[in-house]
Design a protein around this ligand. Structure first.
Ligand SMILES: NC(=O)c1ccc[n+]([C@@H]2O[C@H](COP(=O)([O-])OP(=O)(O)OC[C@H]3O[C@@H](n4cnc5c(N)ncnc54)[C@H](OP(=O)(O)O)[C@@H]3O)[C@@H](O)[C@H]2O)c1
Length: 388
């Protein structure tokens, strides 16, 4: 599938080295950390971080902080100044070679006198790709493939959108109890998760174009599905309800606030016309797909590249139902893909929180230092170039 394909083949070149250079590996880890700070602010652009290395020493770093703003490479190179001459630039995505909202990064790299670029994955974007070739043509050494799996997972929605246009990248998020349930027996529990998990969900929502739930969840739990965390997304995610029978009514928050936050209902041709009309009068945009796949296609056509499904069980199970293989020998389903990436993100979050707690304990113990790379998913007020 998309990012896996993009992360293989020519991108595995770096692995031909017996051992990655430790300084480059650490710089790439840092670049990935920095890239994540653009979450919710740069889409549909990719998340990108960059580090400038002179020998083994980090001299500057930066990330793409805002859609339309300078790219990570340019931020890092500006921070490095003359120290970029003869240096290595480590970046999680192949530098772009085109004039978009900003000039090509390849030009900035060549002008700065960088002699080596280490990138995790190639850029599949038809407009931006070709940076590695452009750099090599100017005598810059380019290595691709370092930490490519982590880099592909970080930008999975971006890579997926460039691979196919039939549906959005779909991630499924479910909170489960320790015995694997998503609600109590009566189905009356609005939350089975705690405060930390709900904070994480607000962070997660900020990076998606749309948030989806099933009609039963919308009725029972009456969620707002808005982003109320530390990140204000550049564009508030559209709320999508899969509600074949158009059961939603004005008593549901998603409908009563539909004029303030875009709300779409994926209904069906069988839904009562009066219910559809009532929803439309409330400001809801109603689609009438014939199948779930058709609904996802409509969502993509309407401009949604990434969709976070927050349950419930029926809709989640339907999304996880395997679809026919896309290619002989590769039995992928969209649902499986979504689940893998959900676990990637969750695992990452748990890992970072552990690091943060460890750093706090160390701080409490009196050494007063912050653990390297110990920031959580919340980037706080840090913006733009990070001096190395
Ligand atoms: N722990 C969690 O993370 C979590 C998250 C959300 C919800 N929940 C809990 O889960 C429960 C609700 O889950 P649920 O399984 O009963 O229902 P659900 O998944 O929320 O909703 C099912 C809805 O999806 C619609 N649907 C199913 N397949 C569809 C398709 N192919 N196209 C369009 N619509 C489709 C159904 O329409 P039809 O009726 O026409 O089939 C129905 O309206 C609640 O108790 C809630 O609290 C837990």
């Amino acid at each position: 599938m998309s990012s896996e394909a993009s992360a293989s083949g020519s991108d595995s070149e770096y692995n031909k080295r017996a051992e990655p250079l430790p300084a480059e590996q650490m710089a790439m880890e840092r670049a990935l950390d920095l890239a994540r700070r653009g979450w919710g602010r740069v889409a549909p652009n990719p998340l990108v971080g960059a580090v400038v290395l002179a020998g083994d020493a980090v001299v500057a770093a930066g990330y793409h902080a805002e859609f339309g703003g300078p790219h990570a490479e340019v931020v890092a190179l500006r921070a490095a100044g003359e120290r970029a001459r003869g240096a290595t630039l480590v970046v999680n995505l192949e530098p772009c070679a085109h004039h978009g909202k900003t000039p090509p990064c390849t030009e900035a790299i060549i002008a700065a006198g960088v002699t080596r670029v280490v990138a995790a994955i190639s850029d599949p974007d038809p407009d931006a790709r070709g940076g590695a070739a452009a750099l090599r043509a100017h005598g810059v050494t380019v290595s691709l493939g370092l930490l490519r799996e982590a880099a592909a997972a970080l930008n999975a929605p971006f890579l997926f959108a460039r691979e196919q246009a039939e549906r959005p990248f779909v991630a499924l998020k479910l909170a489960t109890s320790i015995d694997g349930r998503i609600a109590d027996a009566a189905g009356s529990s609005q939350w089975v998760s705690g405060e930390a998990a709900r904070d994480y969900v607000h962070w997660l929502r900020a990076g998606f174009d749309a948030i989806a739930v099933g009609g039963t969840t919308a009725l029972h739990d009456n969620p707002q599905l808005t982003v109320r965390g530390p990140i204000t997304p550049r564009r508030p995610p559209v709320r999508v309800v899969f509600d074949r029978r158009a059961m939603l009514n004005l008593g549901v928050q998603l409908v009563s606030t539909a004029r303030e936050v875009p709300t779409w209902v994926m209904s069906s041709l069988d839904a009562p016309p009066s219910s559809v009309t009532q929803l439309e009068r409330s400001g809801v945009r109603v689609f009438r797909p014939t199948t779930l796949r058709d609904g996802l296609r409509m969502v993509r056509e309407a401009g949604i590249q990434s969709l976070l499904c927050e349950g419930g069980g029926a809709l989640g199970a339907r999304l996880l139902t395997p679809s026919p293989p896309r290619r002989a020998g590769r039995r992928w389903s969209g649902g499986l893909w979504a689940l893998i990436h959900y676990w990637y993100w969750t695992g990452d979050y748990v890992y970072r929180n552990r690091q943060r707690r460890r750093a706090r304990r160390q701080g409490d113990a009196g050494d007063g230092k912050r653990h390297a790379g110990s920031h959580t998913h919340d980037p706080g007020s840090v913006q733009g170039p990070q001096a190395g």
